[in-house]
Design a protein around this ligand. Sequence first.
Ligand code: GDP
Ligand code: IMO
Ligand code: MG
Length: 429
Amino acid sequence: MANVTVIGAQWGDEGKGKVIDWLANRADVVVRFQGGNNAGHTIVVGNKTYKLSLLPSGVIQGKLSIIGNGVVVDPWSLLDEITRAQGQGLGINPDNLILAENATLVLPLHRDLDGAREARAGAGKIGTTGRGIGPAYEDKVGRRAIRFADLADPEALEVKIERLLAHHGALRAGLGLPEARPDEILAQLQELAPKILPYVKPAWRILGDAIKAGQRVLFEGAQATLLDVDHGTYPYVTSSNTVAGQAAAGAGVGPTAGGYVLGILKAYTTRVGEGPFPTELNDETGRLLGERGHEFGTVTGRPRRCGWFDAVLVRQSIAVGGVQGAVLTKLDILDGFETLKVCVGYRLRGETIDYLPAGLRDQAAIEPIYEEMEGWSESTRGARSWKDLPANAIKYVRRIEELIGAPAVLLSTSPDRDDIIMMLDPFQG
Ligand code: GDP
Ligand code: IMO
Ligand code: MG
């Protein structure tokens, strides 16, 4: 039985949440494998709008949802999100939500550090979501993080807090932050423990048993390839690997368990935060894309930067992410544009190149080479079948498939769950 791994193929906010919610109907288990509450997904089901951040997008369909070991979890934020979701009628409980016992906690001191560093960096800031994600991952690889399992062992917790503060004490002093008190952190975590521990389990085993029993698993990626800490526009990236290869390590399964790799792409390009963006439009067209696409960050409310579709970047994302099929979202936002442009190559200091170089200065210096296409005046919003699409919209999709080297297997034409055109069922792919 096939599983599916969903990843973003641009700079995030491609509509992964909507697609995962829709696909969850065909799955038994949905598991997050990286990122944290820097992710934000808006999912519209009829007249209800759900905003999810840490909860796997399978919770809306009531599927078994797992937050894997590769995720960094702000437990207070998670509890708030659970309460909010329950208030919207979602039945979330320790039977259908599982937290990996070896997942890392994001603590208030991580947020402090994220905020203080960004403030100090001034114009050189990354433009993070301010959720403490980077500092939490640093502590994880620095082998001083607090993990869920530690909450069950108060004595070990005390020692771990000391070890953590040995590192953070110096950092905080250097940044002019007030001293972090070990007794306060211990008290906060002890207060938290009884609320969170019922969800904490060996997720790897539950997932492994589900796979053995032939259940279908949907691996849910957050962020996207161009924000990947290795493959993205470093250092303007997030602090985790976002590519499909991370699904196995971040969920605790083998490398072949991820199954079919589905890359989500917006029919144009957006980015929140700082960093290179070759096809960015600082003009009326960019403004129009943002306005029509409601391009404001779900997490921070910041306006997203907008530009034309960059086929060079997506082709590279597809290659490094092992993407087998693409989902093109927000096609409807392009309705009514007389002409559309697609970036098909770059010019760098007089030479033509067909990939994104890794050097930051090169990334900032490249100029896009565009191909123009005729737009369409008809509405595609809410289209649910290929035959409802205008000829020029079909041409646009076909050209993108050619340029990125992967077939479009699904198309999304509105925020609503059911407005999807399926060419191929990824679970059968
Ligand atoms: P994610 O982080 O990848 O899950 O994406 P976000 O939820 O942050 O951002 C995508 C936004 O686009 C959300 O507000 C969705 O409701 C919306 N959306 C998703 N698919 C479509 C679509 O096909 N058309 C339109 N107009 N909006 C969409
Ligand atoms: P979803 O899952 C878009 C961006 C931030 C910043 C950079 C680093 O909704 O697609 P971080 O807080 O992770 O250290 O910030 O990454 N970023 C996202 N941009 N969508 C996201 O998630 C993002 N998560 C992080 O804006 O540029
Ligand atoms: Mg988002």
